[in-house]
Ligand binder design. Structure first.
Ligand code: T68
Length: 859
């Protein structure tokens, strides 16, 4: 208390000798034993795997925090420009192995763990996955954090500390079941609670004298998650916010016997950071989701401004010190929130605030699916965030004013030739409705606030438009996707300011997705290239090319694959009870279940294969290449057709896996509860992987890159990053099939009258609607792609079916020549260097963020 008085409550420097606590000198082993004794509270003589994990994790945590503190202090001193990655999702998976390896502790800790009677892998399996994301978008954010730290870029992630992550998927009678993912049951050694760091977040209320007076307020409490870079002393940060009530407990209500009322506020607040929306495509428009968005975005910006203001007086310097990257539309309320904070709290004028905002924000788009581009009803926005709605209206009106002259001249130059019947209609309607100004009508396509096409009179805030208008750059996530957004959803904006649009082809971290998940291959690569530099300089992988024809090398490559297949077979056995032979070709499709990703097309080919095996004589059967088809992925809980697709996989598995005639020639496996750590075992064991979305629908895909790195061949459409993977690995080395993205519009029109001219298609359809399955079970699924009077095969399975089977046949042919197959596998890994997230982040840093490395010095 004495020191507190003297220093006015500010922290007083502590002598260095005290900081150098004994864990730095003591061997890891002693430290782990201390943790087991005093933190876990058990006798080290007989620890369970979970207790040993806790002891090790809490020890590694201290090493991590040492480096973290040094990094953050160094950055405070140097005051470099920061990147703040705003994302509603971070799919981190498990931390232990990654932390041990990135910190270079594997020797010291590996030994200590062995003395406890465990392996690092065993202890790692005790850790709960941090599944704070739905799929690709969330995992991308996690890979980006790894690369930001590895490149020593000053940068933090900002998001929500969901108490329940992505739901756990089970199977009940072959259907997906969902249960909550309470990932914090055993505590979380990887986070640092910052209870003193709490920001007020408001909701509802009204605007009085230009300022917002919210009706409801909560606290956003920070939790830091240190992110170790690889081969650097830099440890970055993921700051997640937990929502807490302003007051815990109403004693008065409690004393009156109103027990539930006493904790009402607490419950309501806690709801905000309770669950991740299990939703990867459809927008429910729930108020709670918008609450979550403003909650973490406001906290992140307040936090950044508070730090900025400690060393800077002039807000105009903000863009030279901070860049906020908005990961999809979920954080885009940042445009209005930064404006509000600058104007209402910092006292800036509109124009100055707008200048700062548009120079500090950048936006990434991850989809062209209209249903995933968020549009909030004006009514909801105005009720929950009245001041933001005002700001959005003003942004929209100023924006349209700036375009009015241009639009007026365009409209004026167009011949006015309303069709006679339309003109007549117009006069009839004129009595009821005010006349439409042609300039205003033409401006509508640029407007942030738009009319809901499905509900007359209902106005919506188009978040993607606001993001593009309010930021310095808009980027897509693969070359084709960045082109498509310029031609479709952002066409009019692209024409106005083409320089704002960029491409940043996604990447994945080679640490988690090759070096650590595939230690066998990783060792061989290091031995062959003479060093492990490839782990951060993936271009060096091209050095493997010269060994692709070397038979002895191929043999080693294959034997590693076989070990990885055995691990995958063991996993399948433990998760599903199904035994799969290791001499079969392992064929994998793991990703969210969605009609556009076409797991059902995969299943159609499985049915075809099954029918062909059944029709073959015992002699002919010997010619089939045995296959294990593995599917994993979750369906959004409200997505009925995706759930039916899971049922299709499990039902086919039941029939095929139990058919003695087919025996080991074909197995179909659905691995439930697909997540990051399962992917770490599945990907190294896969031999071919499927990326078969309808061309033009998958923005990028990132698992395709992970498979390529691990030397797994790809069957895919010319979609997303498949196109660039084909460029790097050679199109002839990929099993490419299907229609072209540029033809999709026309083909969808033609599909109505297009008959699939392939007898195998009919056979597959009849099999699925025949008496093998419960009457009518797959009728809707089949009708969707086959009955043009009911549906329109929107994802063009009918168009791609025949070509897909051709590509499948090519796979079998090549697999029979194991040397040729292995050669291709080596070439895939050798040409995967471009898809490192290090390359991707380096491009973001240079071309969008203008953030430079600020590495912590070695000593
Ligand atoms: C994915 N998007 C893209 N969205 O589908 C994928 N959406 O092609 C791309 O590789 C990846 O992003 C990274 O760029 C998603 O994963 C979602 O998960 C999502 C979640 C909520 C709402 C909308």
């Amino acid at each position: 208390t004495d020191t507190k008085k003297k220093t006015n409550g500010k922290a007083k420097p502590v002598p260095m000798e005290l900081i150098r606590v004994d864990q730095q000198k003591a061997a890891a082993e002693t430290e782990i034993l201390r943790k087991i004794a005093y933190q876990v509270g058990v006798d080290a003589e007989s620890v369970t795997a979970q207790q040993a994990y806790q002891g090790v994790a809490w020890t590694v945590r201290e090493r991590l925090i040492d480096a973290f503190n040094k990094t953050q202090a160094y950055w405070r001193e140097k005051d470099p420009k920061f990147i703040y990655y705003l994302s509603a999702e971070f799919l981190m998976g498990r931390t232990l192995t990654n932390a041990v390896n990135n910190l270079g502790l594997e020797g010291e800790f590996g030994e200590a763990i062995r003395k406890l009677g465990y392996s690092l892998e065993e202890l790692q399996s005790q850790e709960q996955n941090a599944s704070l994301g739905n799929g690709g978008l969330g995992r991308l954010a996690a890979c980006f954090l790894d690369s930001i730290a590895t490149l020593s870029l000053p940068g933090w992630g900002y998001g929500i500390r969901y108490r329940y992550g992505m739901f756990r998927q089970g199977l009940e009678n072959g259907y997906q079941s969902e249960s909550p993912d309470y990932w914090l049951t055993n505590g979380n050694p990887w986070e640092i609670p910052r209870r003193e760091l709490a920001y007020k977040i408001g909701f509802y209320g009204s605007v009085q004298q230009g300022k917002w007076v919210p009706d409801e307020q909560v606290y956003a409490v920070a939790y830091d998650n240190p992110i170790p870079g690889y081969g650097t002393k830099t440890v970055g940060n993921l700051r997640l916010f937990d929502c807490q009530p302003m007051s815990e407990f109403k004693l008065a209500s409690f004393n009156e016997g109103k027990y539930s009322e006493a904790t009402d506020a607490k419950r309501k607040a806690e709801d905000i950071s309770a669950v991740l929306y299990p939703n990867d495509a459809t927008e429910y428009g729930r108020e709670l989701r918008l609450k979550q968005q403003i909650f973490f975005v406001s906290a992140a910006i307040q936090d950044t401004l508070a730090r900025f203001k400690k060393t800077h007086k002039d807000m105009k310097e903000l863009p030279s010190k901070a860049c906020f990257q908005m990961n999809d539309t979920h954080p885009t309320i940042a445009v209005a929130e930064l404006m509000r904070l600058l104007i209402d709290q910092e006292g800036l004028k509109w124009d100055a605030a707008w200048d700062i905002t548009t120079k500090s924000l950048a936006f990434t788009n991850h989809t062209v699916m209209p249903e995933a581009l968020e549009k909030w009803p004006v009514k909801v926005m105005a009720k929950l965030l009245p001041r933001h709605m005002e700001i959005i209206e003003k942004i929209d009106s100023i924006w349209k004013d700036s375009l009015r002259a241009k639009v007026t001249s365009e409209v004026g130059s167009q011949p006015k030739q309303a069709a006679p019947e339309k003109a007549a209609e117009a006069t009839k309607e004129a009595a009821a409705e005010p006349p439409v100004d042609p300039v205003e009508a033409a401006l509508a396509k640029y407007s942030i606030i738009t009319e809901n096409p499905w509900e007359k009179g209902v106005k919506l805030v188009n978040m993607a438009f606001m993001a593009t208008i309010g930021s310095k750059s808009t980027n897509g996530v693969a070359a084709i996707h960045s082109e498509i957004i310029k031609e479709t959803i952002f066409k009019d904006f692209y024409e106005l300011s083409p320089e704002k649009f960029q491409n940043k082809t996604n990447g994945v971290t080679p640490r988690r997705w090759l070096a650590y998940c595939n230690p066998g291959l990783s060792k061989l690569i290091t031995k062959t290239l003479g060093s492990d530099e490839w782990i951060s300089k993936t271009d060096q992988l091209t050095g493997l090319k010269q060994h692709a024809d070397d038979k002895a090398f191929q043999k080693q490559w294959r034997s590693i694959k076989l070990e990885n297949k055995q691990r995958l077979a063991d996993l399948i056995k433990s998760k599903t009870g199904i035994s799969v032979p290791t001499n079969a070709l392992y064929d994998v499709q793991i990703k969210r279940i969605h009609e556009y990703k076409r797991q059902h097309l995969n299943m159609f080919s499985v049915v075809n294969r099954y029918l062909e095996i059944k029709a073959a004589s015992p002699e002919e059967r010997k010619k089939f290449v045995p296959r294990v088809v593995i599917i994993g992925g979750k369906a959004a809980s409200a997505y009925v057709m995706a759930k039916k697709m899971i049922k299709l996989v499990t039902s086919l598995g039941d029939v095929i896996n139990n058919d003695p005639e087919v025996s080991d020639l074909l197995k179909v496996v659905f691995i439930p509860d697909y997540n990051v750590s399962l992917a770490e075992t599945i990907i190294p064991g896969a031999e071919v992987s499927q990326h078969i979305s309808t061309a033009g629908t998958e923005a990028s895909g990132t698992s395709n890159m992970k498979f390529q790195m691990n030397g797994c061949l790809i069957i895919g459409t010319m979609d997303g990053a498949n196109i660039e993977i084909a460029q790097e690995s050679g199109k002839e080395n990929m099993f490419v099939f299907g229609v072209d993205a540029k033809d999709i519009g026309r083909l969808r029109e033609e599909r109505k009258n297009f008959k699939v001219n392939d007898p195998r298609w009919e056979k597959v359809m009849s099999f699925l609607t025949g008496n093998t399955f419960e009457q009518g079970l797959f009728q809707d699924l089949v009708d969707n792609v086959n009955d043009m009077s009911k549906a329109n095969d929107w994802f063009l399975l009918g168009n791609d079916f025949t070509d897909y089977l051709r590509a499948q046949d090519e796979i079998d042919v090549l697999y029979k020549d194991q040397d040729a197959w292995t050669k291709r596998s080596i070439l895939y890994t050798a040409s995967s260097g471009f898809f490192s997230s290090d390359r991707c982040i380096d491009q973001y840093a240079k071309e969008i963020w203008d953030v430079k490395p600020c590495p912590v010095p070695s000593s």
